[in-house]
Design a protein around this ligand. Structure first.
Ligand SMILES: [Mn+2]
Length: 324
């Protein structure tokens, strides 16, 4: 993978004065944490920084310092910028409506950790063996010799803890924990942020979780599991289909389960699937067969069938792999 070196990246930041920072649609803790931490860093270097995202900041991340400064793309247009930097997005589509501003800027830089990154920037700092984009932002702080403030530490903690499932998976090597130690040293209130980001849930999303668990079923002697959520489940718990984040893992994290899915009814004839597997299995291949995509162990697709029929189709497909 050809990417720009860390010293060239810091050179780009140093020579620009008006900089746009952008992250992916429906931002998560790594996306927003990296965005805000990079913003704090550049402001301390006296840069004129604009933060943009296609979607508004979700309520659960409004605890992160400085989130109010994030603009929608249309609010940042009509001005010229020296550098457009994208964080945590693997391709141009992932930044949604921010793409217009991206294509109007000559100098573009992509900072990301997805192996599938298309290197769509003029410059790219893409490193796939780190857990989070936040780990790369931390390296920028070090290279630029910018001290990490307690606000920046909270944002970087959000990045590092989110993309490892609160320190449960991913590339948690020595550098990762050296960086975590650096965040604590910088004054991170880890108990406060861990509670807000990883323990506290909205009441209605917890009710939706209980609906998902009610539907939980095991197949193939416990090697395959699945859950489904119908329109009524969303209506009765006053939730939306975009609040199913992470629910599929409830089905995966059962002793003996090798592969699972969550089927979500979007309308009478459309069912969305989140697929998960444990090594050596591969759900990316299954998702692609149904017109979707994703990673080997986590993928998704949509099937144009009523939910009950769609569930049968997916069960049949997965049984062929895990019920041998
Ligand atoms: Mn990430």
């Amino acid at each position: 993978m050809t990417t720009t070196s860390l010293s060239e990246i810091t050179g780009l930041f140093q020579s620009a004065s008006r900089i746009v920072l952008c992250t992916h649609v429906q931002p998560d803790g790594d996306a927003l944490g990296s965005l805000l931490a990079a913003g704090i860093m550049l402001k301390s270097l006296k840069k004129d920084v604009t933060l943009v995202c296609h979607d508004p900041v979700p309520d659960n991340l409004k605890i992160l310092p400085g989130w109010e400064a994030v603009r929608l793309p249309e609010e940042a247009e009509g001005q010229r910028y020296d550098l457009f930097c994208v964080l945590d997005a693997s391709d141009l589509e992932r930044i949604g409506g921010c793409g217009r501003l991206f294509s109007k800027t000559d100098n573009t830089l992509v900072i990301d950790h997805h192996a599938s990154n298309t290197l769509f920037g003029k410059y790219n700092y893409v490193v796939s063996d780190v857990a989070a984009t936040g780990n790369l932002v931390y390296r920028l702080y070090q290279e630029l010799k910018v001290p990490i403030s307690s606000d920046a530490a909270a944002c970087l903690y959000s990045a590092l803890s989110t993309d490892t499932g609160n320190f449960s998976y991913g590339q948690m090597d020595e550098e990762f924990f050296m960086q975590m130690a650096g965040l604590i040293k910088a004054g991170l209130d880890i108990n406060k942020y861990a509670r807000a980001l990883h323990l506290t849930k909205e009441y209605n999303t917890l009710k939706l979780k209980s609906r998902a668990l009610e539907s939980l079923s095991l197949e193939c002697g416990g090697r395959l599991s699945y859950m489904r959520l119908k329109l009524a489940d969303f209506a009765e718990t006053e939730t939306l289909p975009d609040q199913t984040d992470g629910l599929v893992n409830l089905a995966l994290n059962i002793s003996g389960v090798k592969m699972c899915f969550l089927a979500t009814q979007l309308d009478e004839n459309t069912t969305k699937f989140s697929l998960r597997a444990l090594p050596p299995y591969d759900v990316a291949q299954i998702a692609v067969e149904f017109g979707g995509g994703g990673h080997v162990l986590a993928a998704g697709c949509t099937i144009k069938l009523p939910v009950c029929e769609a569930v049968q189709v997916m069960l049949e497909r997965m049984r062929r792999v895990v019920c041998q």
